[in-house]
Ligand binder design. Structure first.
Ligand code: NAD
Length: 738
């Protein structure tokens, strides 16, 4: 047996080398520079050893591999920037050479002359799938945990280590394009149907089946290296391809509005690559990859959607020196819409929950929500019957606060009413053990104000969920004036336990996410009032990269909730704090027309019975004189949406509500889907440059209102040539410590 740091190589009596990838100290295998070096050495070793007839590569972990370590790709950006500063002429060439490293290594494996089989025992993503595709045989286990994907497009890049070329030479072009441009996960069975794996077997048969392929005489030659090879369907110049290819860019544009350079590069790589010999095709892919790596989109998406998200998930903002919390029990008070789902996600994380409401009927009703969700998951094969039963057994409905005497954390999700919440805080604190934490899920009441009802405001915090709780990956953790470090640590440990991403937000009206969301919605009100046709409002928002149009979003959150918030703002801050035309519009919809949004089947949209789809309410156009579409510049509408939200985020940084740019960026993408290709609200500003952003704000302010005026902080940053990630460097502390 030969042992490397990340691999072991063990040759059996049949001369088959079993290469097991098992990186020390990591829960998942990833490609690092060292892994690439060792794999290179293993290829050399197996070629040189004449006793070795073939190689099976597998993983020693429960998953196969997550692919390239994106920190390695992030380092490529730094490398390129440094090289560009030194010598702009050769920087791109050097990046091109660096990018080709994995491509070259996998090609070396493919043409080594010995047959390689990849034994895919679990999740196999990105670079790991690209390596497997370079193997001559692929066997996958039929375990539920096996997910096969090329998800690079989701972080702004694309499969650049041969993936675009090999998938397009194995699967039909349409499935190949769909898989790569969406980054979707395939089951082992689907991967086999697409011709990406040769066999799917029981988990315990994986290695024997892989070895058997070699014993059966697997040829160490890729299909595309055989004479006369033709891609499935015959390649580009066939009648079927003539149907697909002219439509493909249009379909991609419909899905992405041209915002994702990585997605377009997949189309170009495949289309051009299929017309040339394989090695030339790899070069084409390498060129596009080099090009995409130079885009702001790729840089920003990798930073926010991978690096920052991971860092926040691992507790980047957790105070040091406090032991990790063991959750013996979590109490949820209020078993309504939110509380019932909070109980579900908590129990799904293996934590016992006591779910309290005013009486047993209400508490039981709350638990029945989990019963429905479990039934659904069992039906879809995501949970076994036993797992589902165990999850439900962890939820105990109750009407007695006395059941909370052993809780580690209690989350309150009762009516949004100060007096009701006050009574609940007092009742819970009367029984809650010393050191346990009280969290409120309020969406509009400041945490410091609620904490005035608490005898121990140090242990009082906000944990703000988003609906639907089971699906939304973000949770805002709100610190009040007196919230202590222990409460913050427990809240962050809880969010980590339920596998969501936290952002830490200092107390303010609307916290972070809702402040930004309402800017988005209010800009749409302005547009309606100006006479922009509603369909143009919705479409331009989507073209800007927002997943849901602002009017549709307002219907989801409820128009009467908007009314409630506007009225509360007037009550607290005076009439000038809201736009009277906004209030008039919303009052008309809610009070005169009873149009409250999706929940009562009528809002900005009409909601006919299924299967008919919702459509914009035609009467909306009669509210204001309509402009003609050709009088409206869609590019400006797009800018207005992104700028008004980004400006609000900049205000939250200026006010010290959010203190870490990673949290603003990740929070904006996970919380309301802010144009992911920008990398989030602050990356959007940094990406275009603060100076350019300030100029754009000034221009918009002259026509569309003072809310576009750049703030003092932005003006200062523009004058100094700063960025958010520079001025509010999230790693500054670490650098000082180092
Ligand atoms: P809801 O009306 O669906 O549920 C509230 C529940 O609290 C009801 O079951 C009610 O019986 C119970 N309750 C009321 N008084 C109680 C008491 N004294 N003791 C025990 N239970 C009591 O409301 P919801 O939409 O789930 O909202 C709950 C909280 O979550 C609010 O603070 C709201 O602002 C916040 N929130 C809501 C959303 C959302 O999308 N609805 C999102 C984030 C946060």
């Amino acid at each position: 047996m030969t042992t490397y740091t990340n691999f072991t190589v063990e040759t059996d009596a049949d001369g088959i080398a079993l290469v097991t990838w098992d990186m020390p100290g990591k829960s998942m295998n990833v490609f690092t520079s060292e892994v690439l070096e060792e794999l290179n050495a293993i290829i050399d070793q197996t070629v040189a050893d004449s006793a070795i007839k073939g190689v099976v590569i597998t993983s020693g972990k429960s998953s196969f591999s997550g692919g390239a370590d994106l920190s390695m790709i992030k380092a490529m950006f730094t490398f390129y920037q440094d090289e560009k500063a030194k010598s702009p002429d050769t920087a791109a060439q050097k990046l091109f050479d660096l990018v080709g490293r994995m491509t070259g290594l996998f090609r070396k494996l493919e043409t080594s002359g010995k047959p390689w089989v990849s034994a895919i025992n679990g999740t196999c993503m990105g670079g790991a799938l690209e390596m497997s595709l370079a193997c001559h045989g692929r066997v996958a286990s039929n375990a539920k945990s096996v997910k096969i994907a090329l998800p690079e497009v989701k972080v702004g890049i694309f499969p650049g280590a041969g993936g675009t070329q090999r998938v397009a030479r194995l699967a039909d072009a349409q499935s190949a394009l769909q898989m790569m441009t969406t980054g979707q996960s395939l089951t082992a069975a689907r991967a086999k149907a697409m011709n990406l794996v040769h066999q799917v077997v029981e988990p315990d048969q994986l290695i024997p089946a892989a070895k058997q392929m070699i014993k059966d005489g697997l040829k160490p030659v890729a299909p595309w290296d055989e004479k006369g090879f033709k891609a499935p369907g015959g390649g580009i110049w066939t009648p079927a391809a003539a149907q697909l290819w002219p439509a493909a860019p249009a379909i991609l544009r419909r899905e992405t509005s041209g915002n994702y350079p990585g997605a377009l590069a997949i189309l170009k790589s495949v289309f051009e690559g299929l017309q040339v010999p394989f090695d030339t095709a790899l070069k084409i892919e390498q060129r596009y990859f080099t090009e995409v790596l130079q885009t702001t989109e790729a840089f920003s998406m990798i930073r926010s959607l991978f690096i920052s998200m991971q860092e926040l998930g691992k507790g980047a903002r957790r105070p040091a020196g406090i032991a990790k919390t063991e959750f013996k029990k979590v109490g949820v008070v209020g078993a309504g819409f939110m509380g019932a789902s909070i109980a579900y996600v908590t129990a799904a994380a293996g934590i016992p929950v006591t779910l309290i409401d005013r009486d047993m009927d209400a508490a039981n009703k709350g638990k029945s929500v989990s019963e429905g969700l479990v039934k659904d998951s069992v039906g879809k094969g995501r949970l076994t019957q036993d797992e589902g039963a165990a999850l439900l057994a962890r939820i105990t409905p109750s009407a007695a606060y006395g059941d909370l005497t052993d809780a580690t954390l209690v989350i309150e999700a009762v009516f949004e009413d100060r007096d009701v919440k006050k009574a609940v805080i007092e009742a819970v604190e009367a029984v809650l053990p010393e050191g346990a934490i009280f969290a409120s899920n309020t969406s509009t009441l400041p945490i410091s104000g609620l904490a005035e009802n608490s005898k121990r405001p140090v242990d009082f915090i906000g944990v703000h969920f988003f609906s639907p709780v089971e699906k939304m990956m973000l949770t805002e953790v709100i610190t009040g004036k007196q919230t202590g470090d222990k409460a913050l640590a427990v809240a962050l440990d809880y969010v980590a336990a339920i596998r969501k991403t936290p952002i830490v937000v200092n107390d303010t009206r609307g916290f972070f996410v809702n402040r930004c969301v309402f800017r988005y919605i209010h800009e749409a009100y302005d547009m309606l009032i100006e006479g922009v046709p509603p369909a143009m409002i919705e479409n331009s928002a989507k073209m800007a990269g927002m997943p849901v149009g602002p009017l549709s979003l307002n219907d989801e959150v409820a128009i009467d909730l908007s009314q409630k918030i506007l009225k509360a703002t007037v009550a607290d801050l005076g009439g000038t704090a809201v736009d009277p035309q906004h209030l008039a519009l919303i009052n008309k919809l809610v009070d005169d027309l009873d149009r409250r949004g999706r929940k009562n089947g009528k809002g900005f949209y009409d909601y006919p019975a299924k299967p008919a789809k919702k459509s914009l309410w035609p009467e909306l156009k009669t509210f204001y004189p309509q402009k003609k579409p050709d009088e409206i510049d869609v590019a400006v509408l797009k800018q207005r949406f992104l700028v008004t939200i980004a400006l609000e985020a900049a205000r939250t940084m200026e006010e010290g509500i959010v203190t870490d740019p990673r949290e603003a960026d990740v929070g904006s993408i996970l919380g309301f889907g802010f144009a992911p290709y920008t990398g989030g609200v602050l990356s959007c500003i940094d990406g275009m440059g603060v100076k350019a952003f300030v100029v754009l704000c000034e221009t918009l302010a002259t026509t569309y209102g003072a809310h576009f005026k750049p703030t003092a902080l932005l003006n200062d940053m523009a004058a100094k040539g700063e960025t958010f990630y520079g001025r509010f460097d999230p790693y500054a502390g670490a650098k000082v410590a180092a």
